[in-house]
Design a protein. Structure first.
Length: 234
């Protein structure tokens, strides 16, 4: 099975994923949209200094999302879109603290999506444990940091996470991969007010109008290019 994030058909997959989603989900694709507008908006326009991740975690996170959505001629990569910044900002929201759902046992690993979040660590704790565990596993296996691997090696490691074959400590590798991929998608297609999708480049790539007040005249004009640029909720 090919890793979703690094498949040659990545852009096609991303387009299909967002085409099937309601417009409101794309405008606030952060899951909770709980990042303060002023904080995220400022970060999106300047050099972002991580507010949650330490330097080692930050470097590893950037390397991971860069391989999940690398830049190509179709559109920006995750780093250009500010996906890593989006994830960092989300770590200080109720979502990351696990306050939006029931966080008590029993948990049902690898359960259907309808079961909701099924892990005892809140997302921010999951990232802290998994990123450190990943670095330890890669060092033990390959003798170097994840950030020092070449693209093919990074892709192989990510593939092992997806398959669940690389032990990274307390967090199941599939659980970490799923969390990372979900947040990467969200950061790529969220409203820029949340820190990702810089310059609305991902929306431009799929010709999504964003938070425009009225574009109903175009909803059933299939095959026609929407002529106006996307608009942020900001």
């Amino acid at each position: 099975m090919k890793t979703i994030g690094i498949s040659p058909h990545r852009r096609s997959f991303l387009r299909k994923a967002v085409t099937a989603a309601p417009a409101v989900a794309l405008v606030a694709a952060a899951g909770v949209g709980a990042v303060a507008t002023t904080t995220a908006g400022t970060a999106a326009q300047g050099t972002h200094r991580p507010v949650y991740f330490n330097p080692a975690e930050w470097a590893t996170l950037q390397a991971l999302v860069d391989r999940l959505i690398p830049a190509n001629s179709d559109g920006p990569g995750a780093l250009e879109a500010g996906v890593h910044e989006f994830i960092d900002l989300q770590m200080n929201t109720p979502y990351a603290y696990g306050k939006l759902w029931f966080m008590q046992a029993p948990f049902v690993p690898e359960s259907p999506p309808e079961f909701g979040y099924q892990f005892h660590m809140a997302p921010r704790d999951l990232y802290r444990s998994a990123l450190a565990g990943l670095e330890h596993a890669v060092q033990a296996k390959l003798g170097k940091a994840f950030t020092a691997l070449d693209a093919a090696q990074k892709d192989a490691v990510i593939g092992e996470l997806e398959k669940g074959t690389l032990a990274i400590g307390a967090v199941p590798p599939k659980t970490f991969f799923g969390q990372l991929l979900q947040n990467t998608r969200e950061g790529y297609f969220s409203d820029p007010v949340h820190g990702g999708n810089k310059d609305m480049a991902a929306w431009k790539m799929i010709n999504f109008p964003g938070a425009r007040g009225d574009y109903m005249d175009w909803v059933e004009q299939y095959g026609k290019h929407y002529p106006l640029p996307p608009a942020s909720i900001a």
